[in-house]
Design a protein around this ligand. Structure first.
Ligand SMILES: *Cc1c(COP(=O)(O)O)cnc(C)c1O
Length: 385
């Protein structure tokens, strides 16, 4: 079997990219908000249904800059069940992360546990739309309003996801996206901040360009977070294929669900409840009554050249720079701990072929049969012996 990874980046036909490169070579505009940068911002506003977007070199710098934009300080409430960049963006701003446990069905921040973690130092909440599933936005908004907190959504997984009212990126004070190679929509590396008004976007655009307002005016200690013309041009081309790419992900999701929903010891994450989902990940939980432990299944898949991933294990709160925090204890994060010990994300991407797919499902389902035929065989042996 050829190796199958948890994801494979989507790439448009190479020939279609050449005209974009020719245009860049001709204009000699490589970065600093050139024409492709401009076009991609407009095209993304249109596709996503949002008013203001600022492109970035990557999602992490978008996160770091989003916190700077709103001048967040002190303590920020966030989830331990995410990619490490979520909390790293806080440390880069000298902010103390306060971890709150997740909900066992959505795997997002448990809103019922947020209030207890608020202190006089709390200034914001940084939730993640994990696997592209919307957080409990209403409850989070009510808490934020009540305590006068800002909300920044790490929407790195939530490209294109919609609820009844439109894009889920319109919620909160800001949302950030990642266009990393492994994400649903990629520009090789890239990211963005979605802001609610032109004034906020302007501040973000200053901050991502060293704080420059014009040739001689610097208004803030900004960073270099600008997306280059090559990445922006690629994004324009990727956008032409995004709907069919998500459609193919949806098919893979359907096939997994049909095949695995009745497998003993395997729990699937709830069906999407959003108006439009992006099928960015396919997490399964390996329960105690599955024939192998989670790590044994992970290894077993590896042995068959299937490189599923344990997203998110370890928890962010278990890494050395976080584990000393008062909120990083196992007792505070019991649900996150449990989920992190059970989860495996199976391969899902548009080009995943049906042979690889059926192979993955067979391997998982066969284990169950093997175990019980094994027990049966040893019982027969005893009887005969
Ligand atoms: C990928 C990811 C990021 C970081 O994005 P980059 O573009 O890789 O910097 C941040 N948060 C989450 C939840 C992610 O999955």
């Amino acid at each position: 079997m050829k190796p199958v990874f948890v994801t494979q980046p989507y790439l448009p036909p190479l020939d279609d990219f050449i005209p974009y490169l020719k245009q860049i070579w001709k204009s000699k505009i490589l970065t600093n908000g050139g024409p492709f940068h401009q076009q991609l911002e407009e095209a993304l506003c249109d596709y996503l249904g949002v008013k203001h977007i600022s492109l970035f070199t990557n999602g992490t710098l978008a996160l770091v800059t989003a916190l700077q934009t709103l001048r967040i300080t002190g303590e920020v409430i966030t989830t331990p069940y995410s990619f490490v960049a979520t909390a790293h963006s806080l440390l880069w701003n000298g902010i103390k992360p306060v971890f709150v446990d997740i909900d066992s069905t959505t795997l997002n921040l448990d809103p019922s546990k947020i209030e207890a973690a608020i202190t006089p130092q709390t200034t914001a909440i940084l939730p993640v739309h994990c696997y592209g599933h919307s957080c409990d936005i209403k409850t989070i908004e009510a808490i934020a309003d009540n305590y006068n907190l800002k909300v920044i959504y790490d929407a790195a997984h939530a490209f294109g996801v919609k609820d009844e009212g439109g894009s889920i990126l319109r919620h909160g004070d800001l949302s950030i996206l990642s266009f990393h190679a492994t994400k649903v929509f990629n520009t090789f590396e890239g990211g963005a901040i979605i802001s609610p008004d032109a004034k906020t976007k302007q501040r973000i655009d200053h901050l991502k360009n060293f704080g420059f307002v014009d040739e001689v005016t610097v208004v803030a200690p900004g960073i270099n977070g600008k997306m280059s013309e090559i990445n922006a041009a690629l994004g324009l081309l990727q956008l032409e294929h995004i709907n069919s790419a998500i459609e193919k992900r949806k098919e893979v999701d359907r096939i997994y669900r049909d095949a695995l929903s009745d497998t003993r010891g395997i729990t699937l994450l709830y069906e999407k409840t959003e108006a439009f989902s992006n099928y960015s990940y396919f997490p399964i939980l390996v329960e105690d009554d599955f024939p192998l432990t989670r790590d044994e299944l992970y290894q077993h898949l590896h042995d068959h050249n299937i490189f599923a991933r344990r997203y998110f294990y370890p928890l962010i709160s278990d890494f050395p720079m976080y584990r000393g925090l008062p909120s990083a204890t196992s007792s505070n994060l019991a649900t996150a701990k449990e989920i992190a010990s059970k989860v495996i994300c199976l391969p899902i991407y548009p080009q995943l072929d049906s042979l690889s797919l059926s192979n993955i499902m067979d391997i998982i389902k066969r284990l169950d049969i093997d175990k019980y035929t094994g027990i049966l065989a040893s019982k027969m042996e005893k009887l005969n012996g």
